[in-house]
Design a protein around this ligand. Structure first.
Ligand SMILES: *Cc1c(COP(=O)(O)O)cnc(C)c1O
Length: 386
């Protein structure tokens, strides 16, 4: 039964800073509603500076950014692209948009991200079969960076370019480098649930400025230089509006605060719940800083005395939104034909994480009081051993 007395606690709701209106006003004042405009230019420069890359292109979504990155890397029908399996479907959908074939790579236990071990086997097989992937998409799950050194070393050995899907990890770092800046291309998302939001939007970043020039061209219907409307290649309508870029500029100003707030929420959960039987929090790899976009943990059902399913139900009764971790893409009906490389012969790490993992409300605007409601409900659920 739903407890109506308690207001709903969301997983990761938008958190406005209050300064967004200022940039929106500027746009209205100058009537620069469209196309593109000064907020877009400034948002791109400010984000590029923040993540220390040469250039950034503001787009309508993170998915669009991945799609353009694949297109820039020449991914076509019949090609293969390797992709992390434990992620949101948006990481891999653009592979299908290009008519290419995804090959999914398992997670490893220390980051929950792409297993270098599985990647190595997949690359070796691909090279033996004479069909190396055109690109690999590495996801930084819930803010945690993948093992980029190991992955980069393998990819350089086989000359395969990397797209870093940093949709969830803006503000995180790997060995001092901003997350999203470590691949040939990086992508961010400003969807409503992400660490900062433009209500909907994305960014493609890279140090290859020529490639990003082409991304701008492709994202604006690939219009050739001519007075009449002339088109030689297929383009898209993928740019961000000047109004939304204004929201993004104000959000970017508070990114560091948002990271600190989410990390604090993680610490409190882990301090309060870390000693409960059968509970294990998502690790943070040495020399990386995760933005802890979502606090994730696994539950050993036998030790905790409760199933993931039951715990989710208990939280739902309290009007608390919690979620299982992403269902691995190789388990999705959409991708059932695709190849998959598990971490080791003895088992699939992502499948185990999917069976045992849950994500807790982690919004940077979650109040202490609301977080306590979540904590109390979990403590109660585990103590009463259903
Ligand atoms: C949110 C997300 C995306 C897609 O971003 P949109 O802006 O919603 O298109 C891609 N990859 C991951 C891992 C995400 O979490």
């Amino acid at each position: 039964m739903l407890n109506k007395k308690n207001k709903r606690i969301y997983l990761s709701p938008p958190h406005m800073s209050g300064e967004e209106q200022k940039y929106i006003q500027d746009a209205f004042h100058s009537n620069w509603i469209a196309p593109l405009g000064p907020n877009v230019d400034a948002f791109e420069k400010e984000l590029a500076n923040k993540v220390r890359v040469n250039e950034a292109v503001a787009l309508s979504s993170g998915t669009a950014a991945i799609h353009l990155a694949l297109s820039l890397l020449g991914v076509e029908k019949g090609d293969t692209v390797f992709c992390s399996t434990l992620t949101f479907v948006a990481s891999a959908n653009p592979i299908l948009y290009q008519g290419a074939e995804p090959v999914f790579i398992d997670s490893e236990p220390e980051t929950w991200n792409m297993s270098p071990q599985a990647l190595e086997r997949a690359l070796l097989d691909a090279s033996i079969n004479g069909k190396l992937p055109k690109a690999i998409i590495v996801v930084n799950l819930y803010g945690q960076s993948a093992k980029m050194d190991e992955i980069t070393a393998l990819c350089s050995e086989y000359h395969v370019p990397i797209i870093e899907d940093a949709a969830e990890s803006l503000g995180s770092s790997y060995k001092g480098k901003p997350s999203g800046s470590l691949g040939n291309f990086g992508i961010y998302s400003f969807n409503g649930n992400k660490i900062i939001t433009t209500s909907g939007g994305g960014m493609l970043v890279s140090n290859h400025q020529e490639a990003l020039k082409k991304a701008r061209f492709l994202a604006t219907q690939a219009r050739d230089r001519a007075i009449h409307y002339q088109h030689s290649v297929l383009g898209y309508n993928y740019r961000m509006s000047n109004i939304l870029a204004g929201v993004g500029r104000a959000q970017l100003e508070v990114l560091q605060d948002r990271v600190e707030a989410r990390r604090k929420i993680f610490s409190r959960y882990s301090n309060e719940l870390g000693d409960l039987p059968g509970i294990q929090f998502m690790p943070e790899l040495e020399k990386t800083i995760s933005n802890r976009w979502l606090t994730a943990l696994t539950i050993n059902e036998e030790e905790a005395g409760i199933t993931v399913q039951k715990l989710l139900e208990n939280l739902a009764e309290e009007n608390i939104e919690a979620r299982p971790v992403w269902k691995p893409l190789h388990m999705q009906p959409l991708f059932k034909q695709c190849s998959y490389y598990p971490h080791s012969e003895s088992g699939s790490v992502s499948e185990a994480l999917f069976r045992t993992g849950i994500c807790l409300p982690s919004g940077s605007n979650l109040t202490d009081e609301d977080q306590l409601r979540v904590i109390d409900r979990i403590k109660h659920s585990i103590k009463i051993k259903v």
